[in-house]
Design a protein around this ligand. Sequence first.
Ligand code: SF4
Length: 442
Amino acid sequence: MKKVYIETYGCQMNEHDSERMLAILSDNGYVQTDKPKEAEVVIVNTCSVRAKAEQKAYSSIGRYTGLKKGKPGSEKDRVVVFSGCVAQQEGKKLLGRFKGLNIVVGPSQVHRIDELVNKAKTDGTVIAVAPDKDQERFRNPVKGVHGVKAFVTIMEGCDNFCSYCTVPYLRGREVSRHARNIIDEVYALVASGVKEVVLLGQNVNSYRDNSEGRQITLYELLSALNDIKGLERIRFITSHPKDLTDELVHAFTDFQKVCPHLHLPIQSGSDRILKLMARGYTVKEYRDRIDRIRALMPDIALTSDFIVGFPSETGEDHRDTIQFIRRANYDNIFSFKYSDRRLARASTYDGKVPVQVIAGRLKELQDAQLEITRKIYGALTGTLQQVLVEGESKKQGRQQGRTAHGRIVNFSGTVPEGTVANVLIDDYSDNALYGKHITEEE
Ligand code: SF4
């Protein structure tokens, strides 16, 4: 049996690209293994957003190409693939750097993985990094790789050019997928047992499909998906604050299946830093936006992203960020240390913040958020939550699922996967709620 091993770094788009490569290869008779030595195809799907992930990917590729050395025969057939944003960034150079590397493939060409593997078997090496604007780039055979929840790409690329980010250079400019193909994919997912879809894109708010003679926006797409029988929940990430229209905000109340959870990255609570980041909004504009959302839907769960230690960030900028976090009352945040990325403009900015200072600020930020998360989770103790059951929890004897607000719940019970269970919350940790399944009779 042909086996494929895949290792993924980075964002959910990358996770989903890996899923797609696996689905395409499984259509070609491959099964997944967690042992690289057993695999005929070894893929490292890389991320260039942070220096650490990039370094880890290089060392993995070094290890896997090294597996070939001195082992002729069966080893010579192994195909080693370097995919994702670092592959796009470095291109052909990687073949010189890693002897034994066969394929370098950028994010917009991963849908060709089957064809590329076959080509590498005859030609030895293949490069596929030219940007692909064709709709075929979204190809995703829906087959047996999904549980209760599935990711669905609706657009790729970004036109925003935030000064710290390499996405527009590596994933290219925005391309929206045709709504018809998205709707068909969601129907197929639901038929295979999926109950929740997460619509993915670097900037989903600017989704626009003009293929049917008129413009279809994200709001309209959500409206169409909301009508699919058997689908229970819809989420979408990532939203850019400057493109979040009032119409889209109303999707939370207009469509019953759109979950009351919005991930809205602000990145910093200082106007000066936001300007340097070229984010296109001020703190006040962002704050007004979330106030409007909460006026419409008071209990919506908001989450956000932060970059700590952007060039020239002062103690005062950092304090403004912490103050902002306290006011925004996020359920949770994702916070990262700033690191220079070669293609990004900010890598040329003066005023680099020392690493120890960044580490200290990151901890302060995370501690401030932890206090807020604990308060929100603590207030949920004693409430009944509707949990979409995703499977077994890592803790033995418990099940795990999520509320519509996106909160993880571990609970005792024996509820079939894909069912919405009533769970009475009796405890919480820093990242999950705990409880017990309540049956109808109770
Ligand atoms: S919005 Fe900014 S941070 Fe997000 S992908 Fe686009 S350029 Fe990068």
